[in-house]
Design a protein around this ligand. Structure first.
Ligand code: PMP
Length: 395
């Protein structure tokens, strides 16, 4: 099928709720995508921050293939080995918690919030989240998402949510009460523009949750699985949450989400309280296991740190050259370049030259390459950005 034929199918049969780039992607390999017209694209924002270890990692593909030949799906009426193994691997790399699996980030946050309600005392029903956050598009998670543009057309949102500015300790203290069931935050806001939490903010959340018997939920959907240089974002802070949510990079490209909760918190979910038909299915879990193995075998946490530092050095050099670059915010390979003006046209021009990056909050360019990214690939990516910025300033 030609690109045009595929687009025609979409026009006629697919709900147009995404602004899509006019490319049909037919293949992914490592840090590259290939479109139906034979173009090769260097992908610095793989799968919307999904592919933490690159597209179609051979280990993941093999694990899926093998599992597909044995058992594609089994519901949670039974046990399945892969779900148990993945849970144990996450627990060992996290805080020794217990896991529940589902299929996406939003679903993971729903589970986290429902668990917080079950775990905390009766009468606690409020959730505090932070301005600029992103937690998903289901009704509760989009209510938790404290950005007005996502609420447009859906008001009134669900009751019980309060929003405080990110990293504002005093606002958090003022918002707290004994009615709060949980605080939910991203250790580093992704859609919000790569905003890194301050240690003070994280510690204050922990202290206030302890003082008021509330649960601390960290949304690790973007920060989880190594991209920041540690397995989970919270590990950059000397703080332990009660619940984390995970998705995106967890499945190496397969649809999977999950939560990990401290064992005493996890106890609140008993049969009948929460469920997901496909949650923890053997295929997605086999992929998740392969992701963790690949990260460890290939020392990818270390690579994320080193390549993150390398990228920042190069971006700082670009900043000297291009006035439009204001500053960079980052942790490992979660990189946001704050511009002084809009970035959408820059993203489009980069794509024309074979580079995929992303722009969020209108003025933040996002680089979130996979942890397998190489120096050469970063060089190429930043050379393209350099060229585009130079051309832009000459227009
Ligand atoms: N939480 C965060 C931090 C996210 O970035 C996203 C997706 N961008 C979600 C939750 C929702 O994940 P999903 O699209 O898989 O529901």
């Amino acid at each position: 099928m030609t690109t045009q034929e595929t687009i025609q199918l979409f026009d006629k049969y697919v709900i147009a709720n995404y602004g899509r780039l006019p490319r049909v992607i037919v293949k992914g390999e490592g840090n590259y995508l290939f479109d139906a017209d034979g173009n090769k694209i260097l992908d610095m924002f793989p799968g919307w921050a999904v592919s933490g270890i690159g597209h179609c990692h051979p280990r993941v593909v093999e694990a899926i293939r093998k599992q597909a030949g044995e058992l594609l799906h089994i519901d949670n009426t039974f046990y399945n080995e892969k779900q148990g193994i993945l849970a144990s691997m996450l627990s060992e790399r996290g805080f020794g918690g217990k896991c529940f699996f589902c299929n996406s980030g939003a679903e993971a946050n729903e589970a986290a919030m429902k668990l917080a309600r079950k775990y905390t005392a009766e009468g606690k029903y409020k959730f505090i989240t932070t301005e600029g956050s992103f937690h998903g598009r289901t009704y509760a998670t989009v209510t938790a998402t404290a950005q007005p543009k996502y609420h447009e057309g859906f008001l009134p949102m669900l009751p019980g949510f309060e929003y405080v500015p990110f990293n504002d300790v005093e606002a958090l203290q003022r918002a707290f009460s004994d009615e709060v069931a949980a605080v939910m935050v991203e250790p580093i806001q992704g859609e919000g523009g790569i905003n890194v939490a301050t240690p003070e903010f994280m510690h204050t959340i922990r202290e206030l949750c302890d003082a008021h018997g509330a649960a601390m939920i960290l949304d690790e959907v973007q920060t989880g699985m190594g991209r920041t240089g540690k397995w989970f974002g919270y590990q950059h802070f000397d703080v332990e949450p009660d619940i984390i949510s995970m998705a995106k990079a967890l499945g190496g490209g397969m649809a999977i989400g999950g939560i990990m909760a401290k064992p005493e918190v996890a106890k609140a979910l008993v049969p009948g309280t929460h469920a997901s038909t496909f949650g923890g299915n053997p295929i997605a879990c086999a992929a998740g296991i392969a992701v963790i193995e690949a990260i460890e075998q290939d020392n990818l946490l270390q690579n994320a740190v080193q390549m993150g530092e390398y990228a920042i050095e190069k971006i700082e050099a670009l900043k000297q050259k291009h006035e439009i670059i204001d500053h960079v915010r980052s942790k490992g390979l979660m990189i946001g370049i704050q511009l002084t003006g809009p970035g959408a046209a820059i993203v489009d021009k980069c794509l024309e030259k074979g580079l995929r990056i992303n722009c969020t909050q209108q003025t933040v360019l996002r680089f979130m390459p996979s942890m397998t990214v190489t120096r050469d690939q970063l060089d190429t990516a930043l050379e393209i950005l350099d060229t585009v910025l130079t051309e832009g300033s000459e227009e």
